[in-house]
Write a protein that binds this ligand. Structure first.
Ligand code: PFF
Length: 451
């Protein structure tokens, strides 16, 4: 296979890639979504299935996706186009690239609205609005935010602008510079939060909730949600990791990078759980409160603890940073596609992709107020988008990535990219051929009856 150069630049080193991919993986998924879906799905057993999905499906597919990206060195659409041609495979495989570009665009449209909540809460907490607040006041404040489409729209607009600004600056000056600053800060802030949770006196309640499995609380949908979340949290199945992989220098070890990224991502999710649940229990709050979990429960804690304004503001700042470095990777596949196939400059591509995403996001904004009663299959616009992307499109994308890497791509190519025919390689090859596709397939089958 001929060696290609990326048209959009390269990371300055292997570490820059790991940092950027970790920045993509660690986001609202870890700090907002993981705790609330864990709460909704009963805790320990759900966490166990999620961890199994990370190990058996997530990591092997992460390695496969980075590898395909580095082999193709183009937008996910063109990467698949090249790889399909070189493997003389069915041209329909190209749709895999499209599936990713569309999924990223759909996810960012609602991701940006939720990131907007986090921005609003940074200012709310910092202003001392929750000092001494009780559950009713905090709930009313959250409901008030959701009921104001103008406010939600304003924050969504600001977040989209921030995102497109970074993406417009390109691989090194934009993406790499941003994550270099954001990622280390995020770890420090999260560690501070876990430290606070340890001081609540009910830290162990949180630990038990997260790690003691009660399988009677696990439904078919829970398993699908756990698997969908494994893809979502690792940014897999939609070309984000593929496009980041396409900027990876040729001499970097893909498998090692995959383990680092998945490890860091899982660590952050578990740390977020350990920070949040003790606070939830210490205040007699409800773990299954849904998407508002951290916005309804945490401000109560922050409003009633010493230096709560400072800790609270730091926490939401952290959430905004984490969301920002993920958002840039959600739109990068669409932007590179516009640059490569429609002759646009990076700036033009950013304006177009950003505008389209912003427009679609208005649907999510309205689904919390004016359109709250309009339901498709019993779901609001936001719920439906979240379900469709995280639980269907990403696992489907991941399934096809595994099949492509395991069955269609020549063994010679994958062997060369992954450093030769050693035990680790064989284990990976077996997993992407059999274990990962079968696992995704079985979970899909199990959930058909519950959808
Ligand atoms: N992994 C991100 C999170 O956990 O918040 C979300 C995400 C980013 C999903 C990029 C998919 C993606 F391609």
């Amino acid at each position: 296979m001929a060696k290609r150069q990326s048209l959009h630049g390269e990371w300055s080193s292997r570490w820059a890639f790991i940092l950027a991919a970790t920045g993509s993986a660690v986001g609202l998924g870890n700090i907002w979504k993981f705790p609330y879906i864990t709460g909704e799905n009963g805790g320990g057993a759900f966490v166990l299935v999620y961890l199994l999905c990370i190990a058996l499906v997530g990591i092997p597919i992460m390695i496969a996706e980075i590898m395909l990206g580095r082999l193709g060195r183009r937008s996910p659409i063109n990467t698949m186009r090249h790889l399909v041609r070189e493997a003389r495979a069915n041209p329909r495989w190209q749709y895999l690239g499209w599936l990713g570009v569309v999924a990223g665009f759909l996810i960012l449209s609602y991701y940006s609205v939720i990131a907007g909540w986090a921005m609003a809460y940074f200012f709310r907490v910092a202003s001392g609005m929750f000092d001494g607040a009780d559950a009713d006041q905090v709930t009313a404040a959250f409901d008030g935010l959701l009921a104001s489409p103008e406010v939600l729209l304003a924050w969504h607009t600001i977040f989209m602008l921030m995102t497109m600004l970074v993406v417009a600056r390109g691989v090194r000056a934009g993406l790499e510079a941003a994550v270099r600053l954001l990622m280390p800060l995020l770890f420090v802030l999260l560690a501070v939060m876990v430290g606070y949770a340890m001081s609540t006196g009910v830290f162990m309640d949180g630990v038990r909730f997260l790690f003691e499995p009660d399988f009677s609380r696990l439904s078919g949908t829970s398993v699908l949600v756990a698997m969908g979340h494994a893809f979502f949290t690792l940014s897999l199945g939609m070309g984000a990791i593929m496009i980041y992989g396409s900027y990876l220098p040729q001499n970097a070890s893909i498998a090692q990078a995959g383990f680092w990224i998945a490890g860091a991502d899982t660590l952050v999710a578990l740390m977020a759980g350990l920070a949040i649940f003790p606070i939830v229990f210490a205040n007699g709050l409800e773990p299954g409160a849904g998407p508002g979990l951290i916005f309804v429960t945490l401000p109560i804690a922050f409003g009633n603890m010493p230096a709560g304004t400072l800790f609270g503001a730091l926490f939401f700042l952290l959430l905004v940073f984490a969301a920002w470095s993920s958002a840039i990777s959600l739109i990068e596949p669409a932007v590179t596609h516009l640059v490569e196939d429609h002759g646009q400059s990076r700036i033009q591509a950013c304006v177009k992709a950003g505008l389209a995403t912003w427009l679609l996001g208005i649907g999510t904004v309205l689904s919390f107020n004016w359109w709250a009663d309009i339901k498709v299959f019993g779901k609001t616009f936001f719920d439906a988008l979240d379900f469709l992307t995280a639980n269907i499109m990403l696992p489907l994308g991941g399934l096809f990535i595994a099949i492509f890497a395991g069955w269609v791509l020549s063994r010679r190519d994958s062997e060369r990219e992954l450093g030769g025919d050693h035990l680790g390689y064989r284990l990976w090859h077996f997993t992407v051929r059999y274990v990962s596709p079968l696992a995704v397939f079985v979970v899909f089958l199990r959930s058909i009856e519950v959808i």
